[in-house]
Write a protein that binds this ligand. Structure first.
Ligand SMILES: Nc1nc2c(ncn2[C@@H]2O[C@H](COP(=O)(O)OP(=O)(O)OP(=O)(O)O)[C@@H](O)[C@H]2O)c(=O)[nH]1
Ligand SMILES: [Mg+2]
Length: 630
């Protein structure tokens, strides 16, 4: 569905025309009927002969109600500009057009109303002068259809013009996260809170949990209606009434937002600001404004990087809002002066990812859809830290579910990486670049001190001046892919195997002598450390750590065993346990001809390393225990 909006000067016949086209009187208030003037937005459904339909938003023409016109204007894609043939364009005709220039109008059809008041020649003249007056506005070169709601002339032609224009509209972003600026809130007995608005993007289904902008609360969608018809799901472009659970009527008002929880509210936002030509002289470096975002009017300040000059057309700026609101990247906004409320300009929220912004256009990008390119561009902004699918989707303006799908496809195609703890997605280039930098650093360290196991994450993070946790997380993909080795907490290049210098080897051979008379007796840790202290060989303590980390030596409480000793002690234990099922420390001591001093810590160590399980004072084989449990 698409939304048609009326616009035009007061009394030019907008509401009459909507009623003539749809059968619905958009002036719903008694006061509007009494005064014969539209005060607030009105809504009607326009059905076409082919069964398709569109929503019409009727706006007030009076200058005092431009703020109400603005609340409905953002949703308008097709503008039905109403100009009374007998009066021609008047101040609010131009004011509305100037405002709509900044919003989402894609097509315009001009209805030249009250044609019954003119004869054919006058009408031809009116037509020509309207075309001339509107040159240079968004309505330039739009089809002009003369109509009368009194005689009914031109209504069919207008209907088919609108139909053709609707058919030519691009479809709304359905894969984007849901965003519905609220234009009306009311309560219905037995139903609770109802909000209406134009669903600007995404989809909403019954049962959805959505965020109510500005409220720290999730609301649930109990019912969805489109022009009184019940729906299970609605898509972008529809005029929607939502029946919400978990929110009171008094909690919400026009200007509030119902949106996907992916969005965050912002009070300051970078914008691309387009200066309204007539406002050039008024703008200051800091200009207090009324900002119109979605259906909201929010007071704020527009701040430029430098004082604007009279040549400026588009300026980067920051919009500070008094109340934070949901900001959709790329969405359009309008600002007016505080008083008098003249139009200052409008623009879009920065952060929109245009598909063309992708930095490196590789061959694959040519075939990527816009969504994929937007996600890739969003990834590019998050470096090695990455971001969640929800966050990336919000930046790319794509629904979380769809963003997650795209990200998974990119991961599968090895064009992005999935990070863990916390889960996130990261762009390929920064992750691979970091892995390459880390590899180079590791290789340099390995050449310098080949007796080290590698580098701990702390040492590597310090060298690369990165937070340690972030580094570990970002290197994990390279570790998984085998491009970097991670052994016992040490990073190394995959081909690296630590080696001792000749002096170091001689030292350790001297400490761990193989004595056939005490084959299973360890060396006390204290002895090792004492002998290292009295020797002036480079890197001994790092080399000792390496021997332990690589399993050449084993630290068991305050003793150090060689790996061949441990291998014997383990197999003796396992063999014994296979025969007798359980073993006590003294039985084990007798088998390996050791002493209680050594076997108690040893058995504990075998418990800790998964060989045995304690059962009272005795031990059983861990594997045996497990199979008996089954
Ligand atoms: N003769 C003639 N009068 C018309 C026609 N259409 C509307 N009118 C009259 O023009 C007056 C204003 O009509 P509305 O439809 O209320 O005008 P509007 O543009 O909605 O006015 P606002 O919403 O207040 O801006 C009414 O008195 C209508 O009867 C028409 O085609 N011919
Ligand atoms: Mg009206």
């Amino acid at each position: 569905m698409h939304v048609i909006g009326t616009a035009g000067h007061v009394d030019h016949g907008k509401s009459s025309l909507v009623r003539a086209l749809t059968g619905t009187d958009p002036d719903r208030w008694l006061e509007e009927k009494l005064r014969g003037m539209t005060l607030d937005l009105g809504f009607a459904r326009l059905r076409f002969d082919d069964g398709s339909d569109a929503a019409i938003v009727d706006v007030p023409g009076h200058e005092r109600f431009v703020h109400n016109m603005l609340a409905g204007a953002a949703g308008v894609e097709l503008l039905m500009l109403v100009v009374a043939a007998n009066e021609g364009p008047q101040p609010q005709t131009f004011e509305h057009l100037a405002i709509l220039r900044y919003l989402n109008v894609k097509r315009v059809v001009i209805a030249l109303t009250k044609s019954d008041l003119l004869d054919d020649d006058e009408l031809a003249h009116a037509r020509a002068s309207v075309a001339e007056a509107l040159a240079g506005t968004v309505a330039a070169s739009a089809p002009i259809v003369a109509v009368s709601t009194i005689t009914g002339s031109g209504l069919d032609e207008l209907r088919s013009s609108l139909h053709a224009a609707i058919k030519a509209l691009p479809s709304r972003p359905i894969e984007a996260p849901a965003y519905l600026p609220i234009d009306r809130v009311f309560a219905l007995d037995g139903h609770g809170t109802i909000v209406t608005g134009t669903l600007m993007q995404g989809r909403i289904s019954v049962g959805d949990r959505l965020a109510a902008g500005g409220l720290d609360r999730e609301v649930r969608v109990r019912g969805v209606h489109v022009f009184g018809e019940k729906r299970e799901m609605v898509e972008a472009g529809a005029r929607v009434a939502l029946n919400l659970v978990n929110v009171e009527r008094s909690d919400l008002s026009r200007g509030a937002v119902i949106a996907s929880g992916q969005f965050e509210s912002h009070a300051s936002v970078a914008v691309h600001f387009i200066v309204e030509p007539s406002a050039r002289a008024i703008l200051r470096r800091r200009t207090p404004v009324r900002a119109y975002v979605g259906s909201a009017e929010i007071l704020g300040t527009l701040v430029f990087e430098r004082a604007p000059n009279t040549q400026d057309d588009v300026l980067p700026a920051t919009l500070h809002l008094r109340e934070p609101t949901v900001i959709v990247p790329g969405a359009a906004f309008v600002v007016r002066r505080l008083s008098p409320k003249t139009l200052l300009g409008g623009g879009t929220f920065a952060g929109a990812i245009s598909p063309h912004e992708t930095t490196d256009v590789h061959d694959e990008a040519i075939e990527d859809s816009e969504d994929v390119r937007a996600v890739l561009a969003a990834l590019d902004r998050h470096g090695t830290t990455g971001a969640t699918a929800a966050r990336l989707g919000a930046i790319a303006n794509i629904r979380e579910v769809r963003a997650a799908e795209i990200l998974q496809e990119l991961v599968d195609a090895e064009r992005a990486y999935a990070l863990e703890r916390p889960a996130a997605f990261a762009a390929k280039e920064p992750i691979e670049e970091l892995a390459a930098i880390a590899c180079a650093r590791l290789a340099a360290a390995e050449a310098e001190t080949p007796w080290r196991t590698g580098m701990t994450s702390i040492a590597l993070a310090r060298d690369l001046t990165r937070p340690e946790a972030e580094l570990v997380r970002a290197l994990a993909p390279a570790v998984r892919a085998g491009r970097i080795a991670l052994r016992a907490g040490y990073y190394a290049t995959p081909e690296f195997s630590p080696t001792l210098t000749r002096e170091q080897r001689a030292f350790f051979d001297g400490v761990f002598v193989r004595d056939p008379n005490a084959a299973h007796v360890p060396v006390p840790l204290a002895d090792v450390l004492a002998r290292m202290k009295t020797t002036k060989i480079d890197g001994l303590s790092a080399a000792f750590d390496m021997l332990v980390a690589t399993g050449v030596l084993h630290k068991v409480l305050d003793s150090v065993y060689r790996d061949d000793q441990i291998a014997y002690l383990r197999s003796a234990l396992v063999t014994a346990l296979r025969e007798r099922k359980t073993i006590t420390p003294s039985e084990y001591r007798d088998i390996v001809h050791s002493s209680r001093k050594y076997v108690v810590p040893l058995l504990e160590w075998f418990d800790a390393t998964g060989v045995t399980l304690r059962s009272g004072d005795a031990r059983v084989l861990r594997l045996a225990k497990r199979s008996s449990e089954k």
